[in-house]
Design a protein around this ligand. Structure first.
Ligand code: C5P
Length: 286
C-alpha cells in the first residue's frame, strides 16, 4: 500500500496578465505548499475504486478518478487501483485541494507500478488534469507561468507560520476569471519579482510587502461577503491575503500568538473553518 500526502497550496502572488487564445489566462504566480493536507492511499486492485471520507466528490466526479484513468490509459499499464481519500483541505477554496489529490494519485501510481516513462510524461498528464496539478506534483515553492503549468522551482521557505481561514461560502473559479475579463482590472506583475527576491533573500518584510492577488479587487467588488471577510480578517493587524480565486484566506501571524488569534476568529465566525499550518517543502521525489 502507498500513502501519499496531498498538500494544499497558497498563492503568495497571483497576477493575471490577460486572456489567452486558448481561453485560459496568462499567470505569473508564486505558489507555496503548506502543511494542511489530505491523505491519499493506493493499493493495486483489479478494478478502480475510490472511498472518500470528508467533503469531496465521490467516484468518477472526483479528479482522482480521472487521474487514475489517465495514468492507466497513457502508460498502458494493466491493472487498476483501490484508492482512499481522507479529506482535510476545504473544497472550492483556492487551496488547490482537488489538484493536490489528483497529483498524489499520479505520484502514487507511478511508485506503485513504476512504468518506464520519463517524468515529463507524468507532468503533461498532470497539466491535462488541471492548471494547478503540475505544481502539486512536487509542491514546495515555484513561480508558475503560462496557464499555471510552466514551473520554475524556487527554494521553499519552510516553517513560516500561517492561519488558513475558509469562510462558509465558496467562489466559482470560472466566474472569478469571467469577472476579471469584464472589469479589465490592472494587474500587479511586479509583485512576483519582489516575491521571488524575498524568498531568495529570506526577507520577511519584503515577502509581506509583495503578497498580492489580482482576484481580490474584482471579487471584493462583486461579492460583499468576501469583502466583509477580508475586512474582518484584516482587523487583526496581521498580513491577510486571499488564495487563488478564494474563498479561503491565509494570514501570516509572525510573532503573534497563533492560538489566541485563531480563537478570536473562531469566536466571531463560528461557522468558518480555521486551520493552523506552516509553509512546507517538496514532496518526495517522483
Ligand atoms: O485548469 P483548471 O481546470 O483548473 O481551470 C478551471 C477553470 O479556471 C478553467 O476552465 C478556466 O475557466 C479558468 N482558468 C483560466 N486560466 C488559468 C487557469 C484556470 O482561465 N490559467
Amino acid at each position: 500500500m502507498i500513502i501519499e500526502e496531498a498538500r494544499a497550496k497558497v498563492n503568495l502572488t497571483l497576477p493575471v496578465l490577460g486572456k489567452r487564445s486558448d481561453g485560459y489566462h496568462e499567470l505569473d504566480s508564486v505558489m507555496h505548499s503548506i502543511t494542511l493536507a489530505d491523505t491519499v492511499t493506493l493499493e493495486k486492485a483489479d478494478c478502480l475504486s475510490l472511498s472518500v471520507s470528508g467533503d469531496a466528490p465521490q467516484g468518477q466526479k472526483n479528479l482522482m478518478w480521472q487521474a487514475a484513468e489517465l495514468f492507466f490509459k497513457e502508460t498502458g499499464t494493466p491493472g487498476a487501483a483501490s484508492m482512499t481519500l481522507e479529506k482535510q483541505i476545504p473544497s472550492e477554496a483556492g487551496l488547490g485541494g482537488g489538484s493536490a489529490d489528483a497529483a498524489a494519485v499520479l505520484r502514487g501510481l507511478f511508485r506503485l507500478y513504476a512504468p518506464p516513462i520519463p517524468k515529463a510524461r507524468l507532468l503533461s498528464m498532470a497539466a491535462a488534469l488541471g492548471s494547478d496539478v503540475p505544481f502539486q506534483m512536487e509542491g514546495g515553492c515555484a513561480r508558475c507561468r503560462g496557464r499555471g503549468t510552466e514551473l520554475a522551482a524556487l527554494s521553499p521557505w519552510e516553517g513560516l507560520p500561517l492561519i488558513v481561514v475558509k469562510p462558509d461560502f465558496a467562489v466559482s473559479t470560472k466566474k472569478a476569471y469571467a469577472l476579471l475579463d469584464e472589469r479589465e482590472m490592472p494587474s500587479s506583475p511586479a509583485a512576483t519579482e519582489r516575491c521571488v527576491k524575498a524568498i531568495a533573500d529570506r526577507d520577511l518584510s519584503l515577502l509581506v510587502d509583495s503578497l498580492s492577488n489580482d482576484f481580490e479587487a474584482v471579487l471584493f467588488h462583486e461579492e460583499p461577503r468576501l469583502r466583509e471577510a477580508f475586512r474582518f480578517l484584516s482587523s487583526f493587524s496581521v498580513p491577510a491575503r486571499m488564495t487563488g480565486s478564494g474563498s479561503a484566506f491565509f494570514l501570516l501571524p509572525g510573532e503573534r500568538d497563533r492560538l489566541s488569534l485563531m480563537e478570536a476568529i473562531k469566536k466571531a465566525r463560528p461557522s468558518w473553518q480555521i486551520f493552523s499550518a506552516e509553509t512546507a517543502g517538496w514532496h518526495s521525489c517522483i
